[in-house]
Design a protein around this ligand. Sequence first.
Ligand code: IVH
Length: 693
Amino acid sequence: MLRMTTPAAVIVDAAAYAQAVEDAVRAAAAYYEGGTSVLDDDAYDRLVRGISAWEAEHPDGILPDSPTGKVAGGAVEGDVPHTVPMLSLDNVFSAEEFTAWTASLSRRIGRDATRFDVGPKLDGLAIAARYSAGRLTRLITRGDGTAGEDVSHAIGTVEGLPEQLNEPVTVEVRGEVLMTNAQFEHANEVRTSHGGQPFANPRNAAAGTLRAKERVYTVPMTFFGYGLLPLPGTDAPLAEKLTELAHSELMALAGDLGVHTSAGTAVPDVVAEGAEAVLERVGEIAALRAELPFGIDGIVIKADLAEDQRAAGSGTRAPRWAIAYKLPAVEKITRLLEVEWNVGRTGIIAPRGVLEPVVIDGSTITYATLHNPADITRRDLRLGDHVMVHRAGDVIPRIEAPVAHLRTGEERPVEFPESCPRCGSEIDSSEERWRCAQGRNCHLVASLAYAAGRDQLDIEGLGGTRVVQLVEAGLVTDLADLFALGRDQLLALERMGETSTDNLLAALAKAKEQPLSRVLCALGVRGTGRSMSRRIARHFATMDHIRAADAESMQRVEGIGSEKAPTIVAELAELAPLIDRLAAAGVNMTEPGATPPPPPGAEDEAPAEGGPLAGMTVVVTGAMTGSLEKLSRNEMNELIERAGGRSSSSVSRKTALVVAGEGAGSKRAKAEQLGLRLATPEEFAALVAGLLD
Ligand code: IVH
């Protein structure tokens, strides 16, 4: 995972070198000013490495503008001088480069540097916050490192940077301002509703927002402190203390003063002894990256002790006592070639962007989700546009925004379908997500195959091809028809012998006994997947109770909010004839072990359920072994819920137990990080022994 990802760009002569320097300067200007660069981070790193390589061979030809020589971010003018320069960081891209860096650091300070602070490299903008007698008086951008721009107008919009510290001290707090993913979504919504262009990514959004002085609206941002230093007005004893404390101690102090740091996140800064421990932590942070609610582009490793920092000193551009271990970029710029419209099993018509293939973190990306038509309009996406594509971890790649200044005028508008691209029926465009008027009947094969799937009705012998066969023969026009299939009808089909026919009929008979949660899931109610179906079924216990529920009672189910509830109620009303026919065919409509909720007005809280996992939130990760080996993830979740627990897919402080099997990765790391209880599959099997069948 921690491989080198950015080979240097190859520069062949002085002219190419000059061009490269010019490109890099322009990209850096866009980066620090919050504009969108024509180069994504990866391309920029490659370019700078190429420039460095050429300069090493041609020391006499180095241009003064070169991004390797000066304080990064020199493009932005600022008029508030920094008391101490705001430096940048040098980068490493692999474990080998990091180890080489520690060796050079040790040589420089004349002893082994062993104590390091390791924390996330937050992907935002550096800012200095000046506090006078505990009061926040000024916010200054980094600017060219020696002087920055006064952005004090942003005071009050940056969470984590209190206007009043817990102590009346005079200090400068330095750190990164960014937008969390949620803040970014919100900012783009607000911006586009005011007629603005959406920002390409959270970083640009933070930069643009910070520097915009006269906005009619404000959008929140978040601050993470990573530096604490004295100002001219600081008391002498405090000033001295600030220069003597280790970095980790300074950050603890910043936290005590009320400043937000990485401490409360899933990736807090930690002190690591020796290069190996640092690399282990780098791996852990990298594994958690995709799940973080904010962007990081690497890990920052600092000599923790003040004396080590002093001995190492700083260059003009970067300190020698700290280094950024860059992680592979999760964003690249590529072109949007086409938009495809696909009809899902519930009839939703979803747009998907076809991209000029681009490699992000080792995978070639050719498609990215575009959410819905309104989203395309809001982002003003056009075919042929250069777009910023984001892909982190296993998440489906998404198109963030067009790079508007790269437009040539050749771009074409995205055409929206006028009728269902699958069956030609009308489109219901009354909601943001468009849907074929035929609903789930439009893509009958997909919806039946889903219903027959292992986590729903689990009908063995009813795979995709067989479903197609049944639909094409006109034997099945909806889910209920499956249960009316006769032996002779099946035998008349091609490739259906006596055995397959009897097996399929037996599987169908068995499917009728499935618990309500699975029947509900098989119906494919929009907005409810497997775990939501289970929660609804356990809450209401019978299909009759579910159908009797109005939006208000539906909201009593955990995880169903005021937006989802009416959709689910409406969907169930739409499905009523089908549900009636399923019930008439003998399909089970009750949830074993569940009790119906009390009628409205009676006792609100359902009585606490017993079981070995009562009240516990449990997360399963990695491969299950032993007696659990055969269980799908869904069946594991069902088991947890039968045992009185609640299954969840993400680890948080609220998680009571993490069942970690072989190959468990980031979730296990996070559980260890949070000090949560871990169990092997065997230990877990023992815990729920009585419930395993
Ligand atoms: S320490 C003198 N710690 O990364 C060293 N910087 O690419 C100053 N950054 O200019 C930086 N997270 O804006 C430090 N945990 C962190 C950081 C961090 C992000 C930024 C910072 C710096 C840039 C260099």
